[in-house]
Write a protein that binds this ligand. Structure first.
Ligand code: KIV
Ligand code: NA
Length: 266
């Protein structure tokens, strides 16, 4: 299997091939998802929630993102690795966005960055793209703005909001983005945006009529008790892991581990 490059994204859309994306935050999971044939791996700022114990993505810093991004980029042989610019590292303008994007590209070996916002982020997307850094957009529910949006709520409901979302999608494309994530958007609105764009749309809680799907891997794998409604649990790895840890502890306490097969003779 060849390495996924940015030009393959629009080609996949043209051919009607769905793009597959999962988050990854370390080399162990990145290796597994890469071997599974995922097209894209996202080092998401969801690392704040999934790995660092925060309740939002807001406290995540660029310093937090670099070592995970480096680990995922090293581990991925085929997948295209995208790294989130966290809250506070691009909103001030194109110069700040460029400084953040350049740092990610220089220090991690990732192939693209992602940032939130449509028309409000167009100048940043343009500056990064002009500097040779591929950008993925992110519209609909944008977790870094959850305090304005009133929490994780469906965006683009109603004619005006749907129209605004499509305007944002076009602005992101015109600014040079190579793809756009649509999060928590009604099926019809995501389908409309997908129709009017040349670049692929990657949905999460945006229904099936988009060019690809992304999920947070801990939701996909059932690592936690709770997962959002749009995130189907494809396995119950959390239970499996708890059982394995329990079996290990039981066998240590019972004296059956380690046995001869797992010990050294003189
Ligand atoms: O940080 C993240 O995991 C994301 C996805 C939900 C798209 O941005
Ligand atoms: Na994110």
């Amino acid at each position: 299997r060849r390495r996924v490059r940015v030009h393959h994204l629009a080609e996949a859309k043209e051919r009607g091939e769905k793009l597959t994306m999962l988050t990854a935050y370390d080399a162990v999971t990145a290796r597994i998802f890469d071997a599974a044939g995922l097209d894209l791996l996202l080092v998401g700022d969801s690392i704040g929630n999934t790995m660092h114990g925060h309740t939002t993505t807001l406290p995540v810093t660029l310093d937090d993102m670099i070592p995970p991004a480096r680990a995922v980029a090293r581990a991925a042989e085929h997948a295209l690795v995208v790294v989130d610019l966290p809250f506070g590292t691009y909103e001030a303008g194109p110069e700040q966005a460029l400084a953040s994007g350049v740092r990610v590209m220089k220090q991690t070996g990732a192939a693209a960055i992602k940032l939130e916002g449509g028309r409000r982020s167009a100048a940043q997307i343009r500056a990064l793209t002009d500097a040779g850094i591929p950008v993925v957009g992110h519209l609909g529910f944008t977790p870094q703005s959850e305090n304005i949006l009133g929490g994780p709520r469906v965006q683009g409901r109603g004619d005006d909001a749907a129209e605004a979302l499509c305007e944002d999608a076009l602005a992101v494309q015109e600014a040079g983005a190579v793809a756009v994530v649509l999060e928590m958007v009604p099926v019809e609105v995501a389908a409309r945006a997908t129709e009017i764009l040349r670049i692929p749309t990657i949905g999460i809680g945006a229904g099936p009529r988009v060019d690809g799907q992304v999920l947070v891997w801990t939701d996909m794998a059932g690592m936690t008790d709770w997962s959002p409604r749009f995130a189907r649990r494809f396995a119950e790895v959390g239970n499996l892991l708890r059982q394995a840890a329990q079996d290990y502890a039981d066998e240590v306490r019972g004296g059956t581990f380690p046995d001869a097969a797992h010990s050294f003779e003189r």
